[in-house]
Write a protein that binds this ligand. Structure first.
Ligand SMILES: *Cc1c(COP(=O)(O)O)cnc(C)c1O
Length: 346
């Protein structure tokens, strides 16, 4: 088996996360459904972002940073995890949060409340400004440098070559867990939002030789479209191949061999748009919680889980008889959705 050396990492997440079988859901959907509980990577650090942040904060530390800057939507799980991780490591955080009217920011609830509890400084920006987020983050970094700080910029979602290692590690965990279940054609299904989770899983799958064992990886995008994510994920994989050529060891060939065809995105479930829910999506989320005691969020995991159930119903050959749904977190996103969920709670 291929061996490689991962880059520096700071332990922040509770790993390895468990997998569990959803009994009643499996019966209802007619396939074996398992969940990889990456919502259990921590309480305040819950979700997928902390896996990427383990490597990003190690890189920030190595560069002598005392402040991290990042960006996201107003209820960003990534920004909340970054603010919490920074506080845990004695660093400061500065968040650029996207909202419809920066002059009247949204109420302090859900992830925003946690951002503020962690002491993050928040810069509200419009959707138009968010298009220039890289520039705005480097301007914020300039300001901080002038004030004598040493900032480190983390891209949206922590999705770059550094952060992707978090999901190479997750693939390694799954490799062991799936071997214990006994090899059988399996699809690892995940919600795709900024591509870093997908890139890490696609890399891990290639490096671990999953294709030979019948294990596939399929993302369900919650924004943009298939072409966009094939490009974004492919770019991150290529970056890893170049930047970490020295780390990849005898897995370098497999990482290099990743093509567009290696990147499977199940498109068609963006619905009304990013962070906008349709009643049928919310209904599936409520049903899942009542059936299994498992909370998924409206923005990512709930939308992807809805996409999974629809795909199994309308195009069963698209996936395999065994599914591992990667629960990427997002529980704090249910609180701001309370009003929308209310009519499904009778
Ligand atoms: C960010 C996020 C995702 C998407 O992960 P990406 O690496 O950005 O594609 C999925 N689920 C939750 C809960 C998230 O917060």
């Amino acid at each position: 088996m291929a061996t490689w050396t991962e880059p520096e990492r700071i332990e922040l997440a509770r790993l390895s996360t468990p997998i569990q079988r959803l009994e009643r859901t499996s019966d209802a959907l007619g396939v074996e459904v398992w969940v990889k509980r990456d919502d259990l990577t921590g309480a305040e650090l819950s979700g997928n972002k902390v896996r990427k942040l383990e490597y990003l904060f190690a890189d920030a530390r190595a560069q002598g940073a005392d402040t991290v800057i990042t960006c996201g939507g107003q209820q960003s799980n990534h920004c909340r995890a970054t603010a919490m991780a920074a506080a845990r490591l004695g660093m400061s955080s500065h968040l650029l949060l996207r909202t419809s009217d920066p002059q009247s920011p949204p109420v302090t609830e859900g992830n925003i409340l946690l951002d503020k509890l962690a002491g993050a400084s928040i810069q509200w920006i419009s959707h138009a400004q968010y298009q220039r987020r890289s520039q705005l983050m480097s301007e914020a970094a300039d300001e901080l440098r002038k004030a004598g700080r040493t900032p480190y910029v983390i891209p949206e979602g922590g999705s770059n070559a550094v952060g992707a290692w978090g999901y190479v590690r997750c693939a390694e965990e799954l490799d062991v867990q799936l071997a214990e279940l006994g090899d059988e054609p399996t699809t690892v299904v995940y919600a795709c939002g900024s591509g870093g989770t997908g890139a890490g899983l696609v890399l891990g799958a290639a490096m671990l030789g999953w294709a030979n064992r019948g294990i596939r990886v399929a993302g369900i995008n919650v924004c943009d479209d298939r072409d966009y994510f094939v490009r974004v994920i492919g770019d991150i994989c290529r970056d890893v191949s170049q930047r970490y050529a020295g780390n990849l060891g005898d897995a370098a060939g497999a990482a290099k061999a990743i093509t567009d065809e290696s990147i499977d995105i199940v498109d068609g479930f963006v619905g009304l748009g990013y962070a906008k829910s349709r009643p049928e999506e919310l209904a599936v989320q409520v049903e899942l919680c009542r059936r299994e005691g498992l909370v998924v969020d409206p923005v990512y995991t709930g939308k992807a889980f809805y996409g999974l159930t629809r795909t199994l119903a309308t195009d069963p050959g698209r996936l395999t008889k065994r599914i591992v749904f990667l629960h990427t977190g997002g529980i704090y996103g249910v609180f701001p959705a309370a009003d929308q969920l209310a009519e499904h709670l009778r």
